[in-house]
Design a binder for this molecule. Structure first.
Ligand code: THU
Length: 138
């Protein structure tokens, strides 16, 4: 599949689940879609909680879906949200992505009224700590 087609499929998957985000506190819906090693797409949305720190980001939901399906390698990840500005993954999610992606993996951040921004994991999480730091091969 062409890169543009993959991006479109990931965008569509993220937008589909973003509608279901549970965001009574921030009112800020986020969708995330992962292209995994098996060629399938795994998606997640943010799920907030009245006990605020218990809320879960969209990226974490997508990673859970991927791992539950038996996949451990992220090939590309696409994040969508409202507004013009790219919706960047939070620091915690950058680290969660690091667990399952190589440093060259592209993360696309897209506020759907604006343009998508493509960055590598290494650009968003430089000098990072990961599985190799503990002698674990990815
Ligand atoms: N959020 C995500 O789901 N992913 C991100 O990368 C940025 C922030 C969510 C968390 C919270 O539910 C809402 O956006 C506002 O911070």
């Amino acid at each position: 599949m062409k890169k543009e087609d993959i991006n479109k499929a990931l965008f569509n998957a993220a937008e589909k689940v973003r509608k279901n985000a549970h965001v009574p506190y921030s009112n800020f819906k986020v969708g995330a879609a992962i292209l995994a090693d098996d060629g399938n797409i795994y998606a997640g949305c943010n799920v907030e909680n009245a006990a605020y720190p218990e809320g879960v980001c969209a990226e974490a939901g997508a990673i859970s879906q991927m791992v539950a399906a038996g996949q451990k390698q992220i090939k590309r990840i696409y994040i969508t949200g409202s507004g013009f500005d790219p919706v960047m993954p939070c620091g915690g999610c950058r680290q969660k992505i690091r667990e399952f992606a190589s440093l060259g993996v592209i993360i696309i951040s897209h506020g759907v009224d604006g343009e998508p921004l493509e960055k590598t994991l290494d650009e968003l999480l430089p000098f990072s700590f990961g599985p190799e730091s503990l002698g674990v091969k990815k």
